[in-house]
Design a protein around this ligand. Sequence first.
Ligand SMILES: Cc1cc2nc3c(=O)[nH]c(=O)nc-3n(C[C@H](O)[C@H](O)[C@H](O)COP(=O)(O)O)c2cc1C
Length: 347
Amino acid sequence: MNTLAQRLNVDHLLLQAPMAGSQGSALALAVCRAGGIGALPAAMLTPEALVQELTALSQGTTRPWNVNFFCHTPPAPDAAREARWREALSPFYAEAGLDIAAVPAGAGRVPFSHAVADLVEPFRPPIVSFHFGLPAPDLLARIKGWGSVVLSSATTVEEAIWLEAQGVDAVIAQGSEAGGHRGMFMTDDLTTQVGTFALLPQIAATVQVPVIAAGGIANAAGVRAALALGAAGVQVGSAYLCSDEALTSPIHRAALQSDAARHTALTTLFSGRPARGIVNRVMRELGPLNPAAPAFPTATAAIAPLRAHWEKQGRGDFSPLWSGQNASGCRSAPAAEITVALLQGFV
Ligand SMILES: Cc1cc2nc3c(=O)[nH]c(=O)nc-3n(C[C@H](O)[C@H](O)[C@H](O)COP(=O)(O)O)c2cc1C
């Protein structure tokens, strides 16, 4: 048993990845009850929903769980870029018979703050994890002060070194296979992003804190491979997306379980930050990394009405169909079954 597992009082560090927009406390609780570490993604929750979900978790299990936040710096408004984005989307609005002028520019997801920490502190979460770096040092000290284990994703060796120096308890090595947003925060150069097999051993050889592998792990053999490459544990996302307890839409589930899931790409179209999803019409027609997409998280507002329009017709042409490169683990099954199968990789 390693020291982080000891501190958390678990046999194995099997973490269900927090997946904003695709799951809540129901999945996290099911994973915890089956012997894994469930996660609550908080990036898209209102304060009321956050408190409700934290209450459900803290009352629903005595096992450790993880609450996850984004910690990006919201961008300054950029009217010229927003105008370019709307121009790029305008033919699609015309086709759908929608009025782009009626769409308000949206702020979107808000980063972690002291106001959010005020809501979280009474729950003393066993684990608090971050994507896109870490909050400011005073906020980080506050979380560590109330006793939570702190984790954050690194997508390069440099990010892992920085996270360790800031005092994280473990680093999540997020290989480029991973579904959803890249956690990258020291660079926006996508050529720095490498796969789990290359990233994990290099980070494990560099930092002293435990390393949790993420990206492309979908079964017990993947877990064993990660442990062999120096991981103390794993974080699995995509393989839970079709579980009974996930909130993944029927359109997204169908795509994940089709041949289309073999073709994913990093795209900035849905939020402004690179994230991996199944290639769909808007990614093909605008190019997945179209420079017109404005900074995170402002790209979402103008594409959201197109998503809603086409989803009503049963189509995911404008939806973020987040998926890792290995969707082979996406089964329609209780999360407990998926968890128990992954735990076999530790024994
Ligand atoms: C649908 C989806 C949403 C995600 N949302 C988040 C999130 O809110 N916070 C976070 O830290 N990571 C998020 N991730 C990334 C995961 O933490 C993790 O890195 C990834 O799922 C691992 O790769 P895999 O999907 O191949 O298992 C998301 C991933 C997916 C697939």
